[in-house]
Design a protein around this ligand. Structure first.
Ligand code: FAS
Ligand code: PHB
Length: 393
């Protein structure tokens, strides 16, 4: 089998790339390890930067997001028993974020791509990427127990943190940076109205909490938990009680509780692979970097990678240019590292790190400064709504 761009992974990165290429007449084939139902059943991110929203519109899959997504110009920080709203729109000349679940945008992308004749092989785990330093790299994968391969012009490794694309690169050709945080996030999804119109990030001596949402009737909440915790240890009521303990009183008493639709624990790590290009193999999204979800950057970094990679591939096919392909890794990494820094800073500011009381005092002092400073709020707002994509054309 042969195609122009072979894509490993049918998550947001792979789907968005395939869709943007297809609209320019560039063919691709997506190889996905899991079933379509499994991929569409994942509960993950919820906050979209404008850059991601614009890319979805460019991919002609933004209509439901624009209809159902919630536009947020502010976000709330809770500490020392009080709530402070950061007016992000005010500090960023009107910028905002859109609340729209990754589950939904993945569905929008899959439906549009398949309806347009896009090829996605589900339940087809890629085993390796071969010959990526040649002009005919190959994806080797399995389907129905048979070994198959696709000869490509280019391969996009959009296969997430545990994917094979990055692992196809010899260790001496890639540099990995990793930081594992000593805690996780226990998340609940429930069909109850959100406690606030906008998100609340809470720093509390018992641990971090986050009040988020998917719509006006569906809420997503998280509490920091220990790495050896287990969902089986938590009843719905135990979760709601712990969440309310970590919120300011006037907020806690407003929380509407209900049964879980889903409950899961996500580990927190910072991870970067450098570079993001190896010959005709390009890494994008979680295959190249992971951020702790505190800053809501994971999915949004996948978007900026695909912005750069799609433009580079389109310039290659339509103008026979190689310069953007050559610039891809540096451009993507410049934005990745700024988001890695912001996510690390916000995670360090909001979470409890053991019994380090000095650290807790320093966190409260920084939050007290930040919420009282125009400069502090502007720095926070610029990073949270999303730093600009660099000129890439
Ligand atoms: P993905 O991991 O989404 O997709 C990779 C795809 O590749 C998957 O479908 C996988 O099955 C497939 N794949 C892997 N190996 C393969 C192989 N060998 N062959 C074929 N296919 C293969 N981000 C936020 O901004 N906010 C959040 O709250 C948040 N919560 C998260 C919770 C969890 C549990 C996880 C894991 C991530 C979370 N993220 C969050 C980050 C997440 O949203 C990612 O940034 C986003 O999914 C990145 O998209 P992709 O790069 O497409 O990677
Ligand atoms: C979510 O709604 O899942 C969410 C929102 C903001 C974050 C992380 C997760 O920082």
């Amino acid at each position: 089998m042969r195609t122009q761009v072979g894509i490993i992974g049918a998550g947001p990165s792979g789907l968005l790339l395939a869709r943007l290429l297809h609209l320019q007449g560039i063919e691709s084939i997506i190889i996905e390890r899991q079933s379509k139902e499994y991929v569409l059943g994942r509960i993950r991110a919820g906050v979209l930067e404008q850059g991601m929203a614009n890319l979805l519109r460019q991919a002609q899959v933004g209509a439901r997001m624009d209809r159902e997504g919630l536009v947020h110009g502010g976000v709330n920080l809770a500490f020392n028993g009080r709530l402070t709203r950061i007016n992000m729109a005010h500090h960023t000349d009107g910028q905002s974020v859109i609340i729209y679940g990754q589950t939904e945008l993945t569905r929008d992308l899959v439906e549009a791509h398949l309806a347009a004749g896009g090829i996605i092989h589900y339940e087809a785990p890629a085993i390796a990427v071969a010959e990526y330093h040649t002009t005919q790299p190959r994806i080797i994968y399995e389907q129905n127990g048979q070994r198959q391969e696709i000869v490509c012009d280019f391969v996009a490794g959009c296969d997430g943190y545990h994917g094979v694309a990055r692992q196809s690169v010899p260790a001496d050709k890639i540099t990995l940076f990793e930081k594992i945080y000593p805690f996780g996030w226990l998340g609940i999804l429930s069909d109850v109205p959100p406690v606030n119109d906008e998100l609340i990030y809470a720093n509390h001596e018992r641990g971090f909490a986050l009040c988020s949402m998917r719509s006006h009737t569906r809420s997503r909440y998280y509490v920091q938990c220990s790495l050896d915790d287990d969902v089986a240890n938590w009843t719905d009521n135990a979760f709601w009680d712990e969440l309310r303990r970590r919120l300011p009183e006037e907020v806690a008493e407003q929380v509407t509780t209900g049964p879980r639709l889903e409950m899961s624990i996500a580990p927190l790590r910072s991870f970067v692979a450098e570079p993001m290009r190896f010959g005709n193999l390009f890494l994008a999204g979680d295959a190249a970097h992971i951020v702790p979800p505190t800053g809501a950057k994971g999915l949004n970094l996948a978007a900026s990678d695909i912005y750069y990679l799609s433009r580079a591939l389109i310039a290659h096919y339509q103008e026979k240019r190689a310069d953007l392909l050559d610039r891809y890794s540096d451009a993507a990494l410049r934005r990745v590292w700024k988001a890695i820094r912001f996510s690390w800073w916000f995670t360090s500011l909001m979470h409890r790190f053991g019994d380090d009381l000095l650290n807790q005092r320093l966190q409260v002092a920084e939050l007290d400064y930040l919420t009282g400073s125009v400069a502090g709020q502007t720095v926070f707002a610029e990073n949270y709504v999303g730093l600009p994509y660099e000129q890439f054309e």
